[in-house]
Each structure stands twice: as C-alpha cells, then as structure tokens.
Design a protein. Structure first.
Length: 386
C-alpha cells in the first residue's frame, strides 16, 4: 500500500528488492583503516557505434558512442564533486571516527550541492572535493527531503562553480543510453561508466547491507551502467549531458542493476532551497495504490494506469483531512491519471511528479470518478514538519 504524505509503501505482493545504499564507508577504528566491501558491477563496452546528432548550426553530424561519452564527461565532470564525511560513534574503547565517501552534483554557481541523504546522514563533518582537487571544508548541510533520499549542501564563499544542467526525467525511455559519473570506491574520483535505462518506476527497499534499518524508495530509474560504492549522489546523464537521475543504490549480489532517483523528483525542493527557504517538500495529502493490470483486477477497476486513492491498514480513507487534495475536492476511490498533463505511471509516480513542484504551486489533476473523467486544480502545501 503506497501512502502519501508519508513515505509511500509498496502494494500487496510486490516483491521488495534489498539493496545496498551505495555510500562507501572507510573505517578508521583504533587507528586501522578498513575499506567496506560491496558488490558492484562492471560493464565492458568495446563496440563503437555511430549515430547522427544535430550540431549547433542545425546540420547532421555523425558521431561515435565514444565521442558522445567523452563529450559528456568533459562537459559534466567539473559539476561532479566528491563528498567526504566524518561520523563519530561511541565504542567500548571510546569515541571512534569513521570516514565515508559519496558524490554530489553542483546545482548552482554559488555552491549548492545535491546529494543523497544517506551520504551525509549522522555526519559530524562534511568536506567537498572538486574535480580539480580543490577541497572545501566550510560546508553546511542545508537540509534533507522528508520523503526522499535527497539532501542539499552549501559551500560557503564560492561564486563561480559550474552548475550541471538538469534534464526532464519524465521523458526518459527504456533502452536509452545513459552515463554515470561518481567517486567510485571513494578513491577513483569522477569515474565514468555507461549503459542504458533498463526499467522505470521501480519500487525498492534500500539498506546498507549491515542488516540494519532500510527505507522504501519508489519510482526509481533502473540502469545497467556500472554504479559502484561511493557513487551515491552522483549524476545519471543522458547523451546531451543533462542530469536525468541521481544514483542512489545498487542491487546486492547482482551485476548491472543500479537505481537512480528521477531528477524531476528533486526539483521542487531545489526550488525552495535556491529561494532561501530551506528544504520544503510539496505534498498532495493522499494515500494511494499505484495501478497495474493486476491491481485494477483486484479492485474491479476498468482503468489500469494511474494512482487509486484508497485508505490503508491504519486509515479508513485515502484523502488526508484538510490536506491540499481534500480542499480541492478529491475523494476516496478516485483514480488520478494525470498530473499537469503527465501520465501517472508511464511518466512517473505521484510522488516524483509532485516532487517537481514547490509548496504554493498549483497543479492540475485529471481524475476518473465513477467512470467519468474530471479535472481539478490543487494548490500544494508544505509537507508537515511533525
């Protein structure tokens, strides 16, 4: 059962994939450094293919796959940073400090960095290392997204960083080529790998592999581009060098199965951060089930794609009282098929589609109710802090 505003859960018999959050830990307990081992994949792609692309003057130019990858790497690498954190814990021997490494994406020239929440979780100190080796220690954690594995950092005192260009993850197609860049294994800075989009809308349950807590992540992009420990928070790019996802997790005991948060799901919180409002997450105030043919059959519905508004185990209704959707007239057992013209399911789940907007923005919902199609506008509110 998926819930919103709370972290959406997974429906019924959908199997959860246990993943490793791909943050790299470098232990420093009792003076001994230890590199945490994780499974990771490597894909050899020796074949060179050619394609036709449009040049700046509108003419067709033949380029090779190698040309495309090197061009993207040259363009985007200055916008990819390594993140090194110190985490202090208490042991029977006293305080011990561990270092961990991840990746981040420069999203503004004045120092805002997008990364995964788990990269900086519990960190007592955060450092950012630029592609040219420059290390910044004056780094602040701006905040984290309450519903997603997303965090924002700010490097103080900078004004000339090269920000990455954010793409549109709603247009991503299965089979399209992608490129990943990240701080692999915490020591191979800005490693570049390539692959394709293997799947969309993947729900997973992610943890660090230690048997501890896990968190549910939904609507992820799946890729076979090699994503290694240390790549968390790094960009997944299209062949134009636009960020379409943020690398987040890799399947344990498998090769060529990595996952990324669609970049559109971060745009709303980014908007609030750049406006100086901190991390504010927009929400609808609904509990829902993502529709598939099997789910539609279970509920005896004629619509097989969208989000079915329905209560869960602890709630009799799918509409949060006095929430944005309730105020806009959304009712229990409505089926949301489109959000601002984008098809729910095919072009993103409810959570990621709403994640593109900030509190105060208005979105148009297309709803199927009792076999009739309706439209309504909802003014999004900030996710409750409590």
């Amino acid at each position: 059962m998926m819930k919103e505003p709370k972290r959406p859960g997974l429906f019924g018999t959908i199997r959860r994939i246990i993943l490793l959050l791909i943050i790299l830990g470098i232990g420093a307990l009792i003076g001994i450094g230890a590199l945490l081992a994780y499974n990771y994949s490597h894909t050899n792609r020796s074949a060179v293919t050619t394609r036709q692309t449009l040049s700046d003057d509108g003419n067709l130019v033949k380029t090779s796959q190698e040309d495309v990858i090197t061009s993207v790497a040259d363009k985007v690498s200055p916008s990819v940073v390594s993140i090194v954190t110190d985490v202090t814990t208490q042991t029977i021997f006293g305080a011990a400090t561990q270092q961990a490494a991840g990746t981040g994406i420069v999203v503004s020239k004045d120092g805002y960095i997008l990364t995964n929440r788990h990269v900086i979780s519990s960190a007592s100190k955060v450092q950012v290392v630029m592609a040219d080796g420059t290390t910044h220690e004056d780094v602040q954690v701006v905040g984290t997204d309450p519903l997603n594995d997303v965090a924002f950092l700010k490097i103080d005192g900078v004004s000339d960083l090269r920000a990455a260009t954010l793409g549109d993850s709603s247009t991503v197609r299965i089979g399209q080529e992608v490129i990943a860049i990240g701080n692999s294994l915490g020591q191979y800075q800005n490693t570049v790998t390539s692959g394709i989009i293997s799947g969309k809308g993947r729900p997973v349950s992610a943890g660090d592999g230690s048997g501890g807590s896990t968190e549910s992540l939904t609507d992820l992009l799946q890729t076979d581009a090699a994503i290694n420990p240390g790549n968390s928070g790094g960009p997944l790019l299209n062949v134009s060098g636009q960020v379409i996802g943020m690398n987040t997790a890799v399947a344990a005991n498998a090769q060529g199965i990595g996952f990324a948060i669609p970049i559109n799901a971060t745009k709303g919180t980014l908007k609030s951060v750049l406006a100086g409002k901190g991390v504010q997450r927009a929400y609808l105030g609904l509990r829902y089930v993502p529709l598939t043919a099997a789910v539609a059959k279970q509920y005896n519905l004629s619509v097989t794609e969208g989000a079915y508004v329905v209560g869960g185990e602890n709630s009799a209704t799918g509409v949060v009282s006095e929430g944005p959707a309730d105020k806009a007239g959304v009712k229990d057992k409505d089926i949301i098929t489109k959000i601002n013209g984008l098809t729910v399911g095919r072009q993103g789940g409810v959570s990621s589609l709403i994640g593109e907007y900030a509190p105060g923005d208005t979105v148009e919902l297309v709803i199927v109710r009792d076999g009739r199609e309706l439209t309504t506008k909802v003014t999004l509110a900030a996710y409750p802090s409590d």
